[in-house]
Design a protein around this ligand. Structure first.
Ligand code: OKP
Ligand code: ZN
Length: 344
């Protein structure tokens, strides 16, 4: 099976000089352009086809994200610089939800903490161009699967699953998979399976009350892992969405057998939901070699993951999320599609 791989060079414009992790300057950043380069090279070398994204306008983006946040992503950096902010825009002060009179600041140096929830997601001059292109990459992939392709691979960067309606963070600016899922949900019942090591708190949040989009995630237990504040098994959806959110947190050190067992459970829930299309938030940070995660998969586990996803026999949009062991990302991506092609 040849899979269209949607990608653009515009992702390179998001290339921050450093991030702050656990209060310490980290350079180079984990979420860097080479990640996409190696995946793209491996997939094209395997015979998959490169497809350029098409522009989709702001409609599908604003259906998911607060236009005011999008405006901040577009304009906030220039205001920050004009006010004397340094090259990497990282929040200085965060308004905790317990701060009852917190209001959105006018101050350019204060505004980042209103929208961004961590210190690991610096913005630079080209960040918005990259984030906007990643959304178009995901939407172009969505068009391909809606149009009859058995699968498409959206090579999004920066990733997206930590971004919610009016917040961003965790290396994510716009929630590419959620924008694609919302767009596809106009015509089809959608399931999102998130196999990134981290819980996709933004995606969960965006569909938490929605009965028509299932979210199922296998991830590092937030009792030990980022994003810490969400991703627990008792988060099952709310109101009409109750039962359409499924979290499978796993402990540090989880290997392939336990991982694939949890994936089988998640895919059983997906199967019973009877979706018409599948969106996969595909992260490769469950690899043992990943520098920021604690599972112990080897690349061949992605063949098994792909195979299980393929057994659902649904049109499937793969959306790139994380994965930071750069030297293994190409192999993991290739094996995922190879397993998927075995089908159901
Ligand atoms: C994004 B995705 C390390 C802390 C990292 C942010 C992790 C974002 C992961 N100093 N915190 O889900 O792969
Ligand atoms: Zn991740």
């Amino acid at each position: 099976m040849t899979v269209p791989v949607v990608a653009t060079e515009l992702h390179r414009r998001h290339d921050p000089p450093h991030e702050v992790g656990f209060g310490t300057v980290v350079t180079p950043v984990h979420e860097r352009p080479e990640r996409i380069d190696v995946i793209q090279a491996a997939l094209l070398a395997t015979g998959h086809d490169l497809v350029a994204p098409t522009r989709h306008g702001d409609g599908p983006l604003h259906a998911v994200h607060d236009p005011e946040m999008v405006r901040f992503l577009r304009r906030g950096y220039d205001r920050w610089r004009a006010a004397g902010g340094p090259e990497a825009m990282i929040p200085d002060t965060f308004p905790l939800p317990r701060w009852t009179t917190a209001r959105r600041p006018d101050a350019a140096l204060g505004e980042p903490g209103w929208w961004c929830f961590d210190t690991a997601t610096p913005l630079v001059a080209g960040s918005y161009a990259a984030a906007r292109s990643a959304v178009d990459v995901a939407l172009t992939g969505a068009d391909l699967v809606a149009g009859g392709a058995p699968a498409a691979y959206a090579l999004c960067r920066p990733p997206g699953h930590h971004a919610g309606r009016d917040y961003f963070g965790g290396f994510c600016l716009c929630n590419n998979a959620a924008v694609a899922a919302r767009y596809l949900a106009a015509d089809a019942r959608i399931a999102i399976v998130d196999v990134d090591f981290h819980h996709g708190n933004g995606t969960q949040d965006l569909f938490y009350r929605d009965p028509d989009v299932l979210y199922a995630s296998i991830h590092g237990d937030p009792a030990h892992a980022f994003p810490y504040f969400a991703g627990f098994a008792d988060e099952v959806g709310e109101g009409p969405g109750r039962g359409a959110n499924h979290n499978l947190p796993l402990p540090p050190g989880t290997g392939a057998a336990a991982y694939l067992g949890a994936l089988d459970q998640a895919l059983d829930v997906v199967y019973r939901f009877a979706p018409e299309l599948l969106v996969v938030s595909l992260g490769f940070d469950a690899l043992a070699a990943d520098p920021i995660a604690t599972f112990r998969l080897t690349p061949d586990a992605y063949h098994d993951i792909g195979h299980r996803l393929g057994q659902l026999a649904l049109p499937t949009l793969f959306v790139q999320e994380g994965g930071y062991a750069v030297h293994l990302l190409g192999e993991a991506a290739r094996l995922t599609l190879e397993g998927f092609a075995l089908g159901g």
